[in-house]
Design a protein around this ligand. Structure first.
Ligand code: ZN
Length: 120
């Protein structure tokens, strides 16, 4: 599958309009910069906006995903970090109790493997 940052924005807007994301007040894709780094060490990464004026950043490894399904799962994972930034429920723990609770809701909704989805 060939995809570019614009496609990630489309997938992001699709997910944010579906449950359970639609209840979490995510900003539209215009408030997020999507990047496709050629990194093998991480599947995805979320970088919170430093001052509210700049967009948040979501990176999805361009070399670790070949299929829509895996891109969607990694994107959904990074979107949970964005949800946490919006609701200020993030802390120094990478995947804290709030993250795991939201991850369980996502995995239940879509029948995804919770352990794989959370990643650690
Ligand atoms: Zn994570």
């Amino acid at each position: 599958m060939k995809y570019d940052p614009k496609h990630l924005g489309v997938m992001y807007d699709m997910l944010r309009q579906l449950p359970p994301f639609d209840k979490w007040g995510l900003p539209g894709s215009e408030w997020v910069t999507f990047e496709l780094p050629k990194r093998k060490d991480v599947l995805g990464e979320f970088i919170e906006s430093s001052d509210g004026a700049k967009p948040h950043r979501i990176k999805i490894s361009a070399v670790s995903h070949d299929h829509l399904f895996s891109v969607l799962q990694t994107l959904a994972h990074e979107m949970l970090h964005l949800v946490q930034a919006v609701h200020k429920t993030n802390n120094t723990a990478q995947h804290n109790a709030d993250f795991r609770k939201r991850a369980r809701a996502v995995c239940k909704e879509y029948g995804w493997d919770y352990k794989f989805f959370v990643g650690s």
